[in-house]
Design a protein around this ligand. Sequence first.
Ligand SMILES: CC(C)(COP(=O)(O)OP(=O)(O)OC[C@H]1O[C@@H](n2cnc3c(N)ncnc32)[C@H](O)[C@@H]1OP(=O)(O)O)[C@@H](O)C(=O)NCCC(=O)NCCS
Length: 331
Amino acid sequence: MTSIQASQGSPYARILSIASAVPSRVVDNAEMCTYIDSSDEWIQQRTGIVERRWVGEGEDAESLSLDCGGRAIERAGLTPEDIDAVIVSTISQFVQTPGLAPIVAAKLGTAGAAAFDISAACAGFSYGLAQAEALVRSGAAHHVLVIGVETLSKVTDLEDRSTAFLFADGAGAAVVGPSDTNGIGPVVWGSDGNQADAIFMTQSLQEVAATGTPSWLHMHGQPVFRWATTAIADAARRALAAAGLTPDQLDVFAPHQANNRITDAMLRHLKLPDTVKVARTVKYYGNNSAASIPMALDAMLQSGEASSGDTALIIGFGAGLVYAGQVIRLP
Ligand SMILES: CC(C)(COP(=O)(O)OP(=O)(O)OC[C@H]1O[C@@H](n2cnc3c(N)ncnc32)[C@H](O)[C@@H]1OP(=O)(O)O)[C@@H](O)C(=O)NCCC(=O)NCCS
């Protein structure tokens, strides 16, 4: 029988670089309260958000992706031609086709890299990272660019006081490549489609065309809060265990930046020591879904709060409902 050759990958993969793109428009709680009946005090107490970023003039999901994607490639010491797969995690590509990834791959100057979008909402970065790790280890790709990007301001209903203060824009990217030592732990992931109606778009594209009214991102906050502080806190614990780490061996905890109260509940569940540095970028960036984890990691690395070589536990969770988490070594 003719044998079919198998691809040969690297024994391990690691993150070679991280970069982020912070949108220019600052929307503080005072401005938010001109749209909804709320207060700075209520928003801060319930979420920890002081201000959020929205895209400004000339900015969109594509420009943010090109910005952070290009810098991530540079920081990895690579050129765009070295990237052979581009994964864009987003729920902000507002056409069903084409995907954003092929456009980004072309405009970055890759040599026709494989490119696809994934729709895993706030878990999108960890989903993308799990795929990148598998591609590098299988040999299907050598260097993978993973981008999490959102412009949720475009689908935020400014008349909905239960969600308008949460959602935000931004982008973060990581380059994943081969390594002699392991830099990405086993992914712990899953879904609960029985809760698909917890976070959803209010209309399909066909309904938008038929009704002439916009489709908004809507969320039932309390079930999501309960799920995040129970099932997802436990998934985070399992991701740490799957990587073979004990809490005292962890340097950084960077959960999806949904809400500081969710982060606090996870910290209690995980019993992490005070020495662990905890991402709190929701304070200035708001909840920007797939972008939140790479943006938080980049902010911590750039400020010196986190360092190259640190171990970090990341976990994303959101619409689907879907979740994914893993331990990584920071570049
Ligand atoms: C969204 C969230 C902050 C709302 O907080 P909550 O405590 O659940 O708020 P509720 O909807 O129960 O409302 C509580 C009270 O605040 C009021 N309220 C709601 N929105 C308000 C606002 N924007 N400003 C002021 N008051 C508000 C409600 O009217 C209610 O008042 P009442 O007690 O007098 O009836 C919270 O549910 C949450 O964090 N959920 C998780 C969502 C999340 O982060 N998802 C992202 C995952 S991807």
